[in-house]
Design a protein around this ligand. Structure first.
Ligand code: HEC
Length: 133
């Protein structure tokens, strides 16, 4: 519980930094809301994915630090061959595409859940994943 609150504060901090940047930098329309993304993640992804590095893997791999990493690179999780061979590196674009259609983006994946239909929700989840560094 304490850990979760600390994580939320980190994310709020990251979100505040993003809005502070928006004052001086041109607004990036594709930048999601990490706080809303955390809520969506809890509802849709947490069942299979832990984000606390101390928690290890679940049905899916732990997603701490996934942003910027190559697909299937995290140690200790048995990825499908298709996933490991996808050649993807997780950034805004690849994550958003992946979240819209998991099996369409990585044909042959063992992950059979449907994608996230709302573009805003996808952007929010990506902003959340990005903040988990
Ligand atoms: C039913 C369980 C399940 C749910 C729900 C689920 N995933 Fe996954 N996820 C997996 C599995 C299993 C893999 C590994 C796929 C493979 O090896 O083919 C995976 C892989 C991933 C990866 C790639 C990680 C890497 O290191 O390459 C990301 C990113 C990811 N999921 C994000 C999400 C997000 C965000 C959500 C919520 C919108 C979500 N997942 C919902 C099971 C799930």
């Amino acid at each position: 519980m304490r850990k979760e609150r600390r994580l939320s504060r980190t994310i709020l901090g990251a979100a505040a930094a993003v809005s502070a940047m928006a004052v001086t930098a041109p607004v990036d329309a594709a930048e999601g809301d990490a706080v809303a993304g955390e809520r969506a993640f809890r509802a849709r992804c947490q069942l299979c994915h832990a984000v606390d590095p101390a928690k290890g893997h679940g049905i899916g791999p732990n997603l701490h630090g996934v942003f910027g990493r190559e697909a299937g690179a995290v140690a200790g999780f048995k990825f499908s061959k298709a996933h490991s061979a996808s050649g993807l590196t997780w950034d805004e674009t690849t994550l958003e595409t992946y979240l819209s259609d998991f099996a369409g983006t990585v044909p042959g994946t063992k992950k059979t859940v449907p994608g996230v239909r709302s573009e805003t929700e996808r952007q929010n989840i990506v902003a959340y994943l990005k903040a988990l560094q």
